[in-house]
Ligand binder design. Structure first.
Ligand code: FAD
Ligand code: A2P
Length: 269
């Protein structure tokens, strides 16, 4: 019959192909996918990605693009939520598989939302480092600022590894290695495992430990800008600390001294 002659749709809508998957811990992995030719984005933005659900409808979640905007592919850094509707499945993707990617990037962690300054702080917990994995690899970051401080805090050392390798590879990168050298200051800390630098980001900013350890001046609203990405509780507490230093929250429509985005919705796992 005529119905049988209708060709089956073989690919997902907005399908992209997985090219690489790296598992960092039992609850963290990163993956790379092909980039739609027409996709333009500002480093720091997020898109909706996902898989086809059992009901035949796309199951989509917000994901920060972790790769810089000059990269041919797109990289993502993901949590594995054991019972999570998306990540219980997404964690099993392999090179060659397809994921759905809606090519409409949005977000507040963009250079346009900050006033010009001398130093920028990237403040992240957990997978909140993803937008900064993009921004740290973007030449614009080093054109706009003399100094870039990346503070990343996780419970354990293994959870820092994705960020650590990223920073290490950056310095050796032929495209922006020279721009980064001497400008990027990486300050990883743990809170629940022994490590050279420990403590919450809020604590290390409030007691001045990070300024002392890096040998840099305290935050000043005249020179310092910040971007924040972590759990709701983290974001709330960091905002209070930044306001204490005299920084004010900005937005795309009204650039100021700092911007914030949730790394996820909910209490965390
Ligand atoms: P969900 O039902 O979405 O989540 C279940 C529970 O797991 C949540 O209630 C929360 O308690 C916890 N959870 C979800 N995501 C995280 C996380 N990242 N870290 C710790 N606990 C979490 N997730 C990423 O892994 N990488 C990203 O780059 C990323 N970017 C995001 C950007 C934005 C703007 C927002 C709003 C969310 C982002 N998320 C990111 C979270 C993501 O959208 C999903 O929540 C996550 O993929 C889990 O999906 P799920 O369907 O398996 O579980
Ligand atoms: P801590 O171990 O002291 O709770 P989580 O795994 O719970 O999402 O947390 C990731 C990291 O963020 C942990 O190192 C945690 O420290 C830290 N953290 C959690 N909540 C806050 C907060 N409100 N302010 C600052 N740091 C926080």
């Amino acid at each position: 019959s005529a119905v049988n002659e209708i060709p089956k749709v073989k690919t997902l809508p907005d399908a992209q192909t997985v090219t690489e998957v790296t598992h960092w811990t039992d609850r963290l992995f990163s993956f790379r996918v092909s980039r739609p030719q027409s996709l333009r984005f500002r480093s720091g933005e997020f898109v909706m990605i996902g898989l086809m659900g059992d009901n035949g409808k796309p199951l989509l979640r917000a994901y920060s693009i972790a790769s810089p905007n000059w990269d041919e592919e797109l990289e993502f850094y993901s949590i594995k939520v054991p019972d999570g509707p998306l990540t219980s499945k997404l964690q099993h993707i392999q090179p060659g598989d397809e994921v759905i990617l809606r090519p409409k990037p949005v977000g507040t962690l963009v250079h346009d939302a900050l006033l010009p300054g001398k130093r920028v702080w990237f403040l992240a917990t957990g997978t909140g480092i993803a937008p900064f994995a993009s921004l740290m690899r973007d030449p614009e970051t080093y054109e706009k600022f003399d100094e870039v401080v990346m503070m990343h805090t996780c419970r354990t050392i293994e959870e820092l590894e994705y960020g650590r390798q990223l920073v290490e590879n950056l310095v050796n990168d032929e495209l922006i290695g020279e721009m980064v050298e001497g400008k990027l200051k990486y300050y990883p800390t743990t809170t629940r495992e022994e490590f050279p630098h420990m403590g919450r980001i809020t604590t290390n900013l409030e007691n001045g430990k990070v300024f002392k350890d890096l040998g840099i001046a305290p935050m000043d609203p005249a020179t310092d800008r910040a971007m924040v990405c972590g759990s709701l509780a983290f974001n709330k507490d960091v905002m209070a600390v930044l306001e204490g230093f005299g920084l004010r929250e900005g937005a795309n429509s009204e650039p100021r001294e700092y911007v914030v985005e949730k790394a996820f919705v909910g209490e965390g796992i």
